[in-house]
Design a protein around this ligand. Structure first.
Ligand SMILES: C[S@@+](CC[C@H](N)C(=O)[O-])C[C@H]1O[C@@H](n2cnc3c(N)ncnc32)[C@H](O)[C@@H]1O
Ligand code: SF4
Length: 375
């Protein structure tokens, strides 16, 4: 299942926790859009596959004007084999979602939206430096339903300093009440090059204890399962039939093309990394230079990627498949590590596949270290 990802590297405001690639200086938006259009024309032979998913991510793709978005969509349909029933997602921030914008999205074939919710508490939204209120999120969801876009993903952040167990329970109840088909929930990570990173160094922000974050995580997993969501990836939940095809493709090592500053592409064997700086990206396009660096993946890197992604999903880590694909054999040490995971009720091992349970998912980053090949 191949896809196209388009990175829109702009935001109205920098959230205090985020170190994704974006700029809050919006004077280059038009030039980046024009450059993405040229890149899409140039890369058509790279992605000569039937395209089953299109994903506008960011940054904040919803800050594009309808005209800018339409221009990019037109060039995609002109040069790529877009399948009829393509999953077509845009990430949107609630404050951008006017009636005009949502009806435009529905008209151009966008059939899935990922709305940056983060919290239903205005106090927390202000603390995170989000650009919207909780009421704007609720209103945006209602408008999307009104215009027929009902396949909605909402995301939340937990483990926020000052957020009590009761606050978290209320967030969970509020998100369910909006009946999203898909939910992504991330534990707050304190990234060094952010305002929160700076506050943390100065002692103005004290990280929430791991035990508290874990208990919020386990509470959330149980609650979403009770409400009919499948827990298909560490941080992702979906109603049956609504797993994100786009993200699943990443987790199953399928090919994709990434367009825009900082985007990357994968064709099964190598990865392209686009330059992240917006001015450099524009310049390279104008001067007919490559926008990307290429990295051929070694067998060890392919195995590592397979492990890193599969272990985080409910499809599990399939050692028979790994043996066929990469001639991979478990070492004695890894086998005993797996037996220990099972004995400690963190995973199950069935039919030569390893499946982490919720407690295992929570510490998956440390588990994979023991499983990836050492060089
Ligand atoms: C990078 S944003 C892009 C979409 C959109 N701009 C938004 O804010 O929802 C994608 C997701 O990553 C989450 N995210 C970014 N940095 C994070 C961090 N340090 N800790 C937890 N979640 C984070 C965001 O909150 C959001 O849900
Ligand atoms: S979380 Fe989203 S809106 Fe906030 S800075 Fe990051 S990309 Fe921009």
């Amino acid at each position: 299942m191949a896809g196209i990802y388009i990175h829109i590297p702009f935001c109205r405001k920098a959230c205090h926790y985020c170190d994704f690639h974006f700029s809050t200086t919006l004077n280059l938006v038009d030039e980046v859009v024009e450059a993405i259009i040229v890149e899409a024309e140039r890369m058509k032979s790279y992605a000569d596959w039937p395209i089953e998913t299109i994903y506008f991510g960011g940054g904040t793709p919803s800050l594009l004007s309808n005209v800018q978005l339409q221009k990019i969509i037109e060039v995609l349909y002109q040069h790529y084999h877009i399948k009829k029933h393509v999953e077509f997602t845009i990430e949107a921030n609630p404050d951008d979602l006017t009636e005009d914008k949502i009806s435009f999205y529905a008209n151009v074939g966008i059939n899935r939206m990922s709305i940056g919710t983060q919290s239903f508490s205005d106090k927390i939204l202000t603390y995170l430096n989000r650009s919207h209120s909780a009421a704007q999120t609720t209103k945006a969801v209602e408008l999307c339903h009104q215009y027929g876009i009902t396949n909605l993903s909402l995301d939340l952040i937990y483990g926020i300093p000052g957020q009590s167990a009761n606050d978290w329970q209320q967030e969970l109840a509020q998100i369910i009440a909006l009946t999203p088909t898909h939910i992504s929930c991330y534990a707050l990570t304190i990234e060094p090059n952010t305002v929160f990173g700076n506050w943390s160094r100065k002692g103005k922000l004290v990280k929430v204890k791991d035990e508290v974050v874990e208990s919020n995580y386990l509470r959330m997993v149980d609650f979403f399962k009770q409400n009919g969501y499948e827990h298909y990836e560490v941080s992702n939940f979906a109603k049956p039939g609504f797993i994100s095809k786009h993200n699943s493709a990443y987790w199953q090592q399928t090919s994709y093309l990434g367009l825009g500053p900082g985007a990357h592409s994968f064709n099964g064997l190598s990865r392209h990394f686009n330059v992240t700086s917006n001015p450099k990206y524009i310049k390279k396009i104008k001067e007919h230079e490559n926008t990307f660096a290429t990295e051929e993946l070694t067998k060890n890197e392919l195995v590592t990627e397979y492990i890193l992604t599969r272990v985080r999903t409910y499809w599990g880590l399939d050692f028979s498949e790994m043996s066929k694909l990469f001639n991979f054999k478990l070492t004695e040490h890894q086998l005993s590590f797996i037996y220990n995971l099972v004995a400690n009720n963190l995973a199950s091992f069935d039919n030569n596949k390893l499946f982490l349970n919720s407690r295992g998912f929570f510490i998956s980053d440390t588990i994979v270290i023991e499983l990836i090949p050492q060089v």
